[in-house]
Design a binder for this molecule. Structure first.
Ligand code: 1HN
Length: 358
């Protein structure tokens, strides 16, 4: 029993501790040290039709100007208290640039990738190298590389933007600089692709001014061929590839992992969980992803989030390709990466399996 005097001493003690900007550990252990990760981000899905209609409205209403810089609608995870973040570490968004429009040149310490969803005729210039963007291509803009986008075509260009901005912001390492002119001079076209010729033939003496892959564009036809070859090789129904920096074999960017998963029709993947979060973009097909207790039904162009340590499996209703953006390189570098099959979720997966095939 605490006596009233003890209680009043305790109350006074806690008041003095708080007044001196201190907090006792013993009153908050369970929040700080849960037995396994308890993410505040939730599994969530945004539909292509709605996203596409909203960026279309933005393109009619809002010009692309200095200050705002980009016509981008950010995925704001409902678990993240109104922040414009898809996960605690990853920014995900849809961007639109109309015919004849450009988005001004700038650079920032946050690194970015683009995954092209629709359109043609748009070029992203990265440190002077103009990179043509086509549907299904992955384009990198590494940390502190100047970049701008120009649509020389006759149709709107729409793509997915993935950045490590929430992480860089949490580390208080955000720097930003507009280029002196609206656009950079184009010094070369698709130069990164000729430097990294063939599968593993790198031009001798290749040096890049940024801390990313010397290859800035990963073309869809090559990704497609690689996935088909993998499936043909092992006769399976699921193939996954990681996009890598050809000089290191590591991730495309120090903080950002990119992968593509191909699921043949009516395939169910092994229930799995891993530390770190992901944003998926549906490049092709349709299906269902079960993430924790959420059932996310997806089709082409949809985007969805899987939080850290969330038991997840995917079930395809037709031949499907899922692009995955993740913070896995960060967790690996910091020795925080863990992954495991989730046996408890298997019964549910088998139910699904018989449901989709039966
Ligand atoms: C950015 O620079 C782009 O260059 C896209 O297209 C999205 C989101 C936050 C901060 C900078 C781009 C961005 C961004």
């Amino acid at each position: 029993m605490t006596s009233t005097t003890d209680q009043s001493h305790l109350d006074a003690f806690y008041a003095d501790v708080a007044a001196y900007d201190l907090q006792p550990l013993w009153t908050q252990t369970s929040d700080l040290l849960p037995p396994s990760p308890c993410p505040s981000a939730v599994p969530w899905l945004w539909r292509w039709e709605t996203l596409r209609a909203l960026v279309e409205r933005a393109s009619r209403l809002v010009p692309i100007e200095r200050g705002g810089e980009r016509r981008v609608l950010a995925l704001a995870n409902p678990g993240l208290h109104g922040l414009p973040y898809a996960t605690p570490t990853l920014w995900g968004a849809m961007q639109i640039v109309g015919p004849g429009e450009s988005a001004p040149a700038h650079r920032h310490t946050a690194a970015a990738i683009r995954f092209v969803l629709e359109g043609e005729g748009l070029w992203t210039t990265v440190d002077g190298d103009a990179c043509e963007m086509r549907t299904g291509d992955l384009v990198l803009t590494p940390s502190w590389a100047f970049h701008d986008h120009t649509n020389h075509g006759s149709v709107p260009m729409v793509w997915f933007d993935g950045l490590d901005l929430p992480l860089v912001k949490a580390l208080d390492a955000v720097f930003f600089e507009p280029y002196k002119d609206r656009l950079q001079p184009v010094e070369a076209k698709n130069a990164s692709e000729s430097r990294v010729a063939g599968r593993a033939l790198l031009a001798r003496g290749t040096q890049v001014g940024h801390d990313g892959s010397p290859l800035l564009v990963y073309r869809w036809p090559e990704t497609d061929r690689a996935l088909d070859a993998l499936l043909a090789q092992d006769g399976g129904t699921v193939a996954s590839i990681e996009f890598t920096n050809p000089t290191t074999g590591g991730p495309v960017l120090p903080t950002i992992g990119c992968a593509m998963h191909r699921l043949r029709s009516t395939t169910v993947t092994t229930p799995w969980r891993k530390t770190g979060s992901s944003v998926f973009v549906v490049h092709r097909g349709s299906g269902v992803t079960v993430a924790g207790s959420a059932v996310l039904r997806w089709s082409r162009g949809d985007m969805f989030v899987v939080p850290s340590w969330c038991p997840t499996y995917h079930a395809s209703l037709e031949d499907s390709d899922l692009f995955e953006l993740s913070d896995e390189p960060v967790l690996r570098a910091l020795r925080l990466y863990r992954e495991e099959a989730v046996p408890d979720a298997r019964d549910a997966a088998e139910l699904w399996s018989s449901a989709v095939s039966g």
